[in-house]
Each structure stands twice: as C-alpha cells, then as structure tokens.
Design a protein around this ligand. Sequence first.
Ligand code: ADP
Ligand code: MG
Length: 687
Amino acid sequence: MDLNTKLIHTSGIGPSLQAKLDKLNLVTVEDLITHYPFRYEDFAKISKIAEGRVGEVNTFSGEIWSIKNTYTKSHKILTKAILNDGSGTVEIIWFNNRWIIKNIKVGDKIQASGKFDYFAGKLGLVAPEWEKVDTEALHTGRLVPVYPETYGLTSKWLRAKIHQFLPKINLEDPIPVEVTKDFLPLKNALEKIHFPENYSDILQAKKRLSFDELFYIQLSTLKKREDWQNKQVTKELKIDNVKFQKFIDKLPFKLTSAQKRVIDEVLNDVSKTSPANRLIQGEVGSGKTVVAAVIIYLAYLNNLKSILMAPTEILAFQHHSTLTKLLKPYGINVGIYTGSKKSVIKPVILSETKDLDSSLIAQNDKKEMSDVIVGTHALLSEKLELNDVGLVVVDEQQRFGVAQRSLLRSRAKSPHFITMTATPIPRTVALTIYGDLDLSVIDEMPVGRLEVKTHYVPEARRDDSYKFMEKLVNTGQQIYIITPLIDESETLLSAKAAKAEYERLQTKIFPKLKLGLLHGKLKPKEKEEIINDFKSHKIDILVSTSVVEVGMDIPNATIMVIEGAERFGLSQLHQLRGRVGRGDIQSYCFLFTEQEIPQIIQRLKNLEHIHAGLKLAELDLQTRGSGEIYGTKQSGDWDLKIASLSDLELIEKARNAAKKILQDDLTLDKHPNLLGKLLNLENIMPD
Ligand code: ADP
Ligand code: MG
C-alpha cells in the first residue's frame, strides 16, 4: 500500500467502519498515519504488585490465576480476574465487556495498565488496558499514544491499525535528504511519534514532522508568490500628484503617519505591472477604510474600476455610505451588490445611486457598471460581469476562505489586490499562512482616542452595571449588548437567544429606553433599518449577536457589553471592544460570563490591562491554537496537524529550505515528488 491508498480498500475496513473514520476525516492511509496522538499515557514502568501505588496508574505484569464473569443487580457483566506476579496478587475488574472472558484464559501471561484503586471497598486494578505479554507490548508497559477519537473508534483500535500499516507502507520521502539531514528520517519519525520509547523520541519526531508541515506550506506560498509576480500582468496605476494630494488634503481629517506610510507602500506596488498582493493589517479603528478609498480614487483617475468586498451586508452598507461620502464629490459613482445567502442574487440599487443615471448595473441590464462596487460575497456570482477592474479590495479578509478570495481575484482578471484585516498577525503567522503576501501594518491610532476601560463584571454586580448604563444613556450615549455565541456561525439558536435577551432587557431592565435587536437571521433590509436607527440615535441600546463584530463604526456608542464572554477568543473580544472608543468620549467594555470559574475570569481579566491586539492574539495562540484564531479551520486554509505557529526558529528554517529549492527550480521540474505532493495539497486547498 502507499500513502494514497484508500482505507476502505484495505482489508478489515468496511463501509460501517469507514463511516466512523470519516468523522475523523480519515480517508487515505496517509490520513491515518498522520492522525497524530495528542498526548501519551506513561505506562512505561512495570510495578511489582506488592509495591503498587494506590490511587495511581500502575502497570502490572503476571499470570492469570482465575477469571470469571459475575453480574450486578442490574444484570451488567463484571469480569473479575486474579493476576499474580510472584510478589503478590491483585484483583482486576472490567465492566460490561463480554469479550474479555473469551480472550483471557487461566494461565495467560498479561500486562495490564490502569488505576490501582478501591472498587466496592476492595483494592484492585480497575478497568485496565491490557494485552498478552508474548505479543509485542503495544497498548501497555510503554508510552501509549492517545488519539483524537470518535464514538466506536478508540485509541486502542487506531494504535493497532497504525502499528499494522506502518511497516507495510511504501513510503518515499519527497523532500531531498540535504534538506532534512538535521532531522530524523521520515519513516523513523512516523514510527516514533506513534510508538515512542521515551520522551526524547516524541520530541525528535515532532520536530521532523512539524518541519515537513511548515516546509510544504512555505514551498506552496513562496511558489505562488513567484508565479504571481512572474506570470501575471496588470495595468500599472499612474499617479497624478496634484490631484492625489488635493484629495488627501480634502479628507475630513489628517492622515496618521502610519496611514501615509501604508499608502506609500501600496502606491509602490500598484505603480508596477505585476499585480499588487498586499495585506494591510491595522487595529480596529486604525482607519483602514480611508486607505482603501485613497487607492480607489487613484484607480478611478486611471480609468479603472474598483471592487470592495466585505464579509457582511452591514459592513457593505457602511462602506458604501463612507465611500459615497468621500468619492461622490469627485463625480465617482459607488454601487452596491449584496444579497443574503438564500435569496436570489440580484443587485440592490439604493435610492441614492438610483438618482444618478449610470448606477450599478448587472450584466442583464447591459448598462455601464459603477466606478466602484461595494458588496458581499454576492460579488462572486457569475451574474455580475466585472470589466475593467483594476483594483480589488477585500475587507476583513480572514472572514473569507482562500477559495473565495482567489475566485474574486480571477473573476476580476488579476487586478491589483489588497486585503485588509484587523486581526493582529504575529510574525510567525505572517511568515507561514500569509507567506505569499506583502504585509503593511497601520500601527498607530488617530489622535485623541481614549483607551476603552474594560471590566470583568461578576454576576453580583450586574444590577449596578445596568444602573450605570442607564445613567450614561440619559446623558445621550449609546450601548451595544452582545449576546452569547451559541454556534461558530450565526444560527437560528443564536438569533433566538438574542431575541430572548432583547425582550428581557426591554421589559424588565430598561423599560424607559429604546432598544433594538440585530442578528444574522434578519433580512438585509431589516438589518439596514436597525443599523440606521442606531446610527441616527432612534435606538439607545442595540442588542445583537456578534454580527456587529466586524467593522461597525458608530462613534456615539460608548459602552460595549458582552454576555457569555468566555465563549469568545481574546482577539474576538478585542474586536468587539473596538466597536466603541471611536470618538473622544471615555468608553467602556463590560464582560459577563455564564461560568464564574477562576481560570475563565483570569483569562478575561487580560483584557482589563492589555489593549494591544497583537499581545492578545499571541495569548490566544498559546492557549487556543491557530486554527480558531485565524479562521483557518472554517475557511479551509491551512489546518496545521502538528506544527506550532509559535515556533519561529523552525518556521525560518523551513522557509529558508523552501527558498533554496525554489531558487534553482521554481517549476519544481527537478523535484517531481515535491511537485506531486504540492499538487496533492493544493487539491485540498484550492487557490
Ligand atoms: P478600521 O481600521 O477598523 O476599519 P475605520 O476605517 O472604520 O477603521 O475607521 C475608524 C474611524 O476612524 C472612522 O470613523 C474614520 O473616519 C476615522 N478615522 C480614520 N482615519 C482617521 C484619522 N487619520 N484621524 C481621525 N479619524 C480617522
Ligand atoms: Mg474596517
């Protein structure tokens, strides 16, 4: 068998077992042998029965003197055996397992690992893992791997299967030996990760397998970057300095020097014929939108259209209104194109744009397209024809999958491509998952912003905080109240929870104030109305699911209340908090939890004194893993199996190795195995 052999085609695995394997995403032999243990149980030490440590896991090795089934009052099977090792005897008890009695006979030599403890008043080995001693010790008496399991598929089964397959696999290492000479050979590493003799084996194996994983990511992203720069051609943007400066001078505020620097970096890219591919990162509120507006204006001066894609309708509507304000005075016409996932996709023409004759137009209308179109993922629809697009901007890019981003890019026929995010990106992450992009950072906030005072609020102080809120509302300020995240994405359940909380607050807590309700299940029109009502202060308190997380900009809102805060990552909480503190009034963020547990409270209290998104992201990275933070799991980007995105040294090693290979062999013609591996990977992750 080789790595691509389907598990279902190996003996002993039929459709019902495969259905269980599917739950763990195990389809090929490669999937199985790269299903790595997430921890190990240390059964390595065999103890004398006479010296057994009560209350701990012990491994005993001896001869079975007797074995029999007894039954509990509720007719459950209890299998009881007596094991002797010369130093003493111990009773072993197994629960409800009809197979044991058939597999262990008096006189068998077995090893059993389990908790040595009191059961029904008697000291014994309770429900241990066991195996016969004449077979190679696999499940006991060593460091035993524990795998992510699913119902009906135990670590014991996985362990045995991997053990059976590993020696039989025709395993060719696609990476040249010069590259990996500092590490264990691949086969060796695989053996040691699953069946280590000691902890040093695990560490060495992890190093090698992590290196491989990072190396392939680097190879893929660096290759993409080179291909992109070498092969794609687009129109360079010429800069009319006089007009450009005038536009900047007329902005309603002075740009920060970070904004100016980032604009310069983008200008440098777009003045070339190889398309820009740049990610702009900037804290919530650092002013990314205006940077986009400046570049869009430049594209317009070059007779090119621009597209701005945002992850939610709310945000698209907001960008539409911001861009209209900034660009309309120059005769630039801004269209909008959204449509909730389930409705038929059709252009929404806002009354504002309808008044102009050349408004946003879909293909079926055969009229000219707007100079700028702001939209959601509806922009990806074939129905919208994208002609003469010179610039594509994707806001909150982490909300989109690789596939969506690249679809838009190719539909617009390789334009200059700018992505934006508020998610802070540690250097290690920038070098790996975003290795194919240039990165600009807006690391400065507009002047006059005050830090948002953040407090974890114990349940006992809930009423006080409501009084405080009412007081501030009476001075003319507004509040967001975020309801708990029930599912990863907006579900009916979250919407229901938000509605219930809204009703409770409106009737019981704030009967005199005007409350509004916002959630992902509302129709686009309804959402827009609510947001507009909040903007125009017809609503004092907006009760919402985390849909407001991205990008909303309402300076008069000064309190952010987050219920069930423990369900969010620190970065996400920071993004939510960024919805307030946008004007020059002191703002507040109150965090409530559903579980008052010390670890949870401690984690949340980080937000009280840490105001830098990057620090919080790094904390998340240590405690939650990368997938959850960078949305890589949801969006199908890189999903790391073993490597850690905090290991800078290994990341740099992998990057240098990948660079070196591509330097002499960009097409990978001389490394067919590597090319094959990459194609395989990119099949899973289209780009
Ligand atoms: P984000 O980076 O989170 O997308 P926005 O682009 O929404 O931030 O900007 C946040 C707010 O800051 C907006 O109201 C915007 O008008 C304002 N803003 C942007 N740049 C500046 C600046 N240089 N000085 C003052 N206010 C600014
Ligand atoms: Mg924004």
